[in-house]
Design a protein around this ligand. Structure first.
Ligand code: MN
Ligand code: MN
Length: 464
């Protein structure tokens, strides 16, 4: 039972729409290299599409009614959009969910040091990374430094052509005989992922500061450019990511190579589908874009937090029909596509996949009935009845889709956020876009899959 390749079904109109969507997707990736930057861009696009902050509406005492488009944001890192339908909210919502955090290197709270005339920042990696992939690349720093007076300094270094980039060194091949005997997990160790940020000493320093003249120069630049001091690192969130823009990939330009496609490819296509829903739906549509998936969906901005539940409670209250039971019913009666990337079948590593149940680039959005590791540990296992409903929606709307598992049964695995949403008793299935080299600095997706995911989400919002 082989699934069709989406490319073969495209007419000119499809191709134009697909290219337009993929251009907008690349723009989104360029603007959103951190979860905070993603939320900023999502809110900007939502407001342009007529969405308004739920909090603002509530504080004005406006009643929320069918046709209203509202959004809620938590700590600038998690966001939920609602397009209120004509049906009672307690009958449930159609929810598109994805995550906007990606693997990266975070700057430690006390990061800056100098060693032998070179200045460095210490990092702590976030999410699952093959550490050896992060050396000898042009890197950028994105994030915020919050000063004691509460003012927030936005930082973005390394993206403009005129910006300097940052860098992590590796040992030259000529001297690497011993290093190359090590296991791949140990070739580059986490504590060695230090960012090289300077080599020029500051002149005319007092004697006690002379041995840190390069560090002193870095601090001087930071102070001149951003008004920050060394202690301000204590209250900063600075993320090191690959520098550079998302690119088309392949001579046929059929793919996208970019950082952070896990899971911004699902987040962006969900958002685009949501923002294009112009007419008031029957069932309330929702797009929930969450943080912290890569470290277990923990914290106030992860899927395990009460953010979503609280937002739904506020929404019901704004409609004048809040009750504890109404919240529970709204959640229980909902249907969700919990979208996250799938492992794309890679012929170079065919031994990791079972070919009949793998996800292939170009064959459309992927449905994972279950995820998890080994004996489905940590998985949500979508109800067969629900899978049938979802595949009917996709077929009725001519969406190319495929089904897959994450690699061979005993090879490993991974979970995502579906099981957390499922705790409410709602229908939820893992779905998403296939990716090559997942969690690497530059991941690869198929433009056709990006387009089919977007089509799938539009169909889901209409029919689920
Ligand atoms: Mn993911
Ligand atoms: Mn991931």
């Amino acid at each position: 039972m082989e699934r069709r390749n989406a490319w073969l079904s495209y007419k000119e109109a499809d191709e134009n729409e697909m290219e337009k969507l993929n251009r907008a997707y690349r723009e989104f990736l360029n603007k959103g290299k951190t979860e905070r930057e993603c939320v900023t861009e999502i809110v900007k696009q939502a407001e342009a599409a007529g969405y308004e902050a739920l909090e603002a509406k509530i504080s004005r005492g406006d009643k929320i009614q069918a046709g209203d488009k509202v959004y809620a944001v938590g700590m600038k890192k998690i966001v939920a959009l609602f397009h209120v339908g004509t049906e009672e909210l307690s009958k449930g919502m159609s929810i598109l969910c994805a995550h906007i955090d990606s693997p990266r290197l975070d700057i430690k709270q006390n990061p800056l040091y100098e060693d032998t005339d070179l200045a460095y920042l210490d990092t702590h990696y976030y999410g699952g990374v093959k550490k050896y992939q992060w050396v000898t690349l042009p890197l950028a720093m994105h994030g915020v430094v919050v000063k004691k007076d509460g003012s927030v300094v936005d930082i973005s270094i390394g993206e403009d052509e005129d910006d300097p980039v940052l860098y992590i060194t590796d040992l030259l091949i000529h001297l690497a005989g011993k290093q190359l005997q090590k296991k791949a997990a140990e070739v580059i160790e986490g504590e060695s992922l230090d960012i090289l940020i300077g080599s020029r000493p500051l002149a005319d320093l007092p004697d006690d500061k002379k041995k840190e003249a390069v560090k002193q120069n870095v601090l001087k630049i930071l102070n001149e450019k951003y008004g920050i001091e060394e202690e301000d690192f204590l209250s900063a969130e600075l993320e090191i990511v690959p520098a550079g823009k998302a690119r088309e990939c392949g001579l046929d330009r059929s793919m996208i190579a970019a950082y952070g496609q896990d899971d911004r490819v699902c987040a962006y296509t969900s958002l685009a589908a949501m923002l294009e829903m112009n007419e008031t739906p029957k069932r309330t549509g929702c797009c929930l874009l969450v943080d912290k998936e890569e470290i277990g969906s923990v914290g106030a901005t992860g899927m395990q937090s009460r953010f979503f539940e609280n937002s739904v409670a506020e929404l019901l209250d704004g409609m004048g029909c809040y009750s504890e039971l109404a919240v529970r019913r709204a959640l229980r009666n909902s249907s969700m596509l919990s979208s996250d990337v799938s492992a794309g079948y890679d012929p170079a590593y065919s031994e990791a996949f079972e070919k009949k149940n793998a996800a292939y680039l170009g064959r459309g959005i992927v449905l994972n009935k279950f995820t998890g590791a080994r004996g489905k540990s940590g998985s949500n296992d979508a109800n067969a009845e629900y899978v049938a409903r979802v595949r009917k929606i996709f077929d009725d709307h001519d969406v190319a889709f495929q089904t897959a598992e994450l690699g061979k049964v005993d090879f490993g695995g991974g979970g995502t956020i579906a099981y957390i949403a499922a705790l409410y008793g709602m229908e939820v299935i893992d779905s998403g876009v296939a990716v090559l080299s997942m969690h690497s600095p530059w991941e690869v997706t198929s433009k056709a899959d990006v387009y089919e995911a977007y089509k799938a989400y539009k169909a889901f919002l209409l029919e689920a």
